[in-house]
Ligand binder design. Structure first.
Ligand code: AGP
Length: 609
């Protein structure tokens, strides 16, 4: 949930750290800070608030250096403030660290270290790491770090520098991601690849229990016991321009408009029209194992949970296999009723969500088949499952997931078709009809994106709304959840997604002038049902907006406003109904002046529990 950055080389480190922190800001932005070294002591500058506040501090109180570390924070222990901002230091200021994660039982450590004479300056758990390293420091920084790690429990990605053992950055990983970027006689560290792409595409991902000592002459890798390791160098294919806004006001809007390309990229090379088949051998699961699958459990959080719920309808309709979709944060504490005939799918854009990773690790004891649906290839979740089905959405900078949601639905549709092929639950013609319609989705989304004026005008009517109800049925019930989540997380308007059939079991009591309803109403096999739900709302003077097909002539007279989408095979309608709801939330939030790309209290990747 925080962002770590670091550099060692010949350049002035400050602009590199600041630009890197800006690209990590979506991971957390309560406060930020840097610590740099030139010839003298370590110089630290910190500020509460966003990176721009830290930049103002640096304008007033400039520092320079040729190596250093930086951090942007999402507070877990200790309120957002300058004194709680990283980097943190030991008693002397000669050892300085940045940390992403949570140190369990840190108060026990803090009490013991205080008893031994260490003076603490912050409310954070992180500071205990700096004092622990100080306690063990003799002459060699990595040795002191190694000894300190033996006393830490919890999740930590830590970068350390010291003026007592200069010209090196020591990096450790136990939980949250951290990466080394390999330049020309210069090296970088970062919580994710985005900041590195400006300088290098050659990176090394540390695994849990591993350390790196980064010096100008090169990088040495070892485990926490000191055993030297040889690490694979990954080459990242994303280009830096993919991270820029390309003329859009917000990354979120750009990413909504990228969805046609993202769906095409996620489909690319995975469909054979002449065979009428899906080609998913790349996921690396043996077909004979897949044939034995009798149950699918999908684990996810947030938007990925909502995409997984759509995947449930795909797999059950096409492959005829029962699917349970579970909140990973709940499932991890459950009694896992799984066996070798179960397929567990972990759906995670970042591949680093702590709850999803923890649930996946815990359930392995039952020996199910495991598959990850991820957007980051070398992420922890992607590396800890037997199979991997990548979404090709590219980096998503907006904290609110949009294009990765569509990419996840695409991947899950491909998986459903693949499972159906292998267990022969779907006849060839049906499979072909789905495949053909899948390939038409990007063009249909482009048609929605080409006429947003009316939608923007409608959305702006609701900038003062306090509540919203989103209703959907069948495969669009998850879209009601996702539409509500989008509105909540970027405009801060309370919104609830509900299966529309549930209205009469309670929520209809909410209907009044202050409770507008968004009803997702594609002409599918239950269209009449949602129309009766709409009538129930209208009978109680509720305001209703319907998302409906362009050729639906009857809906206009029954609701207050209509958002039109192209018709599509009913099961695939979630791909289209999603887009206007993303835009609706975006336009309201932008009109409210909300921080659309970095909503308050949120972070892009929840790498702590
Ligand atoms: C959704 O807009 C949020 N960004 C959040 O709910 C996110 O989907 C969730 O934290 C899961 O993240 P993941 O896909 O990286 O696991």
């Amino acid at each position: 949930m925080c962002g770590i950055i670091g550099y060692i080389g010949k350049k002035n480190v400050v602009p590199i750290l600041i630009e890197g922190l800006k690209k990590l800001e979506y991971r957390g932005y309560d406060s930020a800070g840097i610590a740099v070294v030139d010839d003298g002591p370590i110089l630290r500058r910190r500020a509460k608030g966003k990176i721009s506040v830290l930049e103002d501090v640096l304008k007033q109180d400039e520092v320079k250096g040729n190596y250093g570390i930086g951090h942007t924070r999402w507070a877990t222990h200790g309120r957002p403030s300058e004194e709680n901002a990283h980097p943190h230091q030991d008693c002397t200021g000669d050892i300085v660290i940045v940390h992403n994660g949570i140190i369990e039982k840190y108060m026990d450590l803090k009490t013991q270290l205080s008893f031994e004479g260490h003076k603490f300056q912050t409310e954070t758990d992180t500071e205990v790491i700096a004092h622990l390293i100080e306690k063990y420091f003799q002459e060699n920084l990595e040795e002191a770090v190694r000894q300190a790690m033996e006393h830490l429990e919890g999740e930590f990605a830590v970068a350390v520098i010291s003026s007592r053992d200069r010209d090196k950055i020591v990096l450790v990983k136990q939980g949250p991601p951290v990466i080394v970027g390999l330049g020309e006689n210069e090296y970088f560290i970062s919580s994710d690849v985005n900041p590195l792409l400006l300088y290098t595409k050659d990176v090394v991902f540390l695994n849990d229990g591993e350390m790196a000592v980064i010096e100008r002459e090169g990088v040495t890798y070892s485990d926490f016991s000191g055993k030297l390791l040889k690490k694979k160098i990954d080459h990242i294919n994303w280009n830096p321009l993919m991270i820029e806004k390309s003329g859009f006001k917000h990354f979120m809007l750009k990413e909504i408009f990228e969805q046609p390309r993202v769906i095409r990229d996620t489909l690319k090379g995975r469909i054979s029209m002449d065979k009428g088949k899906v080609l998913l051998g790349e996921i690396g699961l043996p077909p004979e194992r897949i044939k034995s699958i009798r149950r699918v459990v999908i684990l996810a959080c947030g938007t990925s949970f909502n995409a997984s719920l759509v995947g449930k309808y795909f797999i059950e309709e096409i492959a005829g296999i029962p699917v349970d979709v579970e909140y990973a944060s709940e499932y991890r504490y459950r009694n896992f009723i799984l066996d070798k005939n179960s397929l567990v799918v972990a759906v995670s854009q970042s591949g680093e969500t702590a709850d999803t990773l923890a649930a996946l690790r815990a359930l392995k004891v039952k020996k199910p088949l495991t598959l990850a649906v991820c957007n980051v290839e070398s992420s922890s979740i992607a590396r800890e499952t037997a199979g991997l089905l990548m979404t090709h959405a590219g980096p998503e900078i907006g904290v609110a997931a949009t294009k990765t949601f569509s990419a996840q639905m695409t991947a899950l549709m491909l998986l459903a078709l693949y499972l159906g092929q292998i267990n022969e639950s779907m006849d060839k013609d049906t499979g072909l009809s789905y495949i053909k319609e899948l390939q038409r989705i990007p063009t249909k989304i482009e048609s929605i994106l080409s006429q947003t004026e009316g939608l923007e005008k409608l959305a702006k009517k609701f900038i003062s709304a306090s509540h919203f109800l989103y209703l959907g049925r069948w495969a669009n019930y998850p879209i009601a959840l996702e539409g509500a989540l989008k509105l909540k997380e970027i405009s801060y308007i309370h919104a609830e997604g509900y299966p529309s059939g549930e209205m009469k079991h309670g929520p209809i009591a909410l209907i009044d002038d202050n409770m507008p309803t968004m009803a997702i109403a594609p002409k599918d096999r239950i269209y009449e049902k949602i129309m009766s739900n709409i009538s129930e709302i209208k009978a109680r003077s509720g305001y209703v907006i319907a998302v409906a097909y362009e050729d639906d002539k009857e809906i206009e007279a029954k609701v207050d406003a209509v958002i039109r989408i192209p018709a599509i095979l009913p099961l695939l309608s979630p791909f289209l109904t999603t887009v206007p709801l993303q835009l609706f939330a975006y336009y309201i939030a932008a009109a409210r002046g909300a921080d659309v790309d970095q909503p308050r209290n949120l972070a892009k990747s929840v790498t702590v529990e």
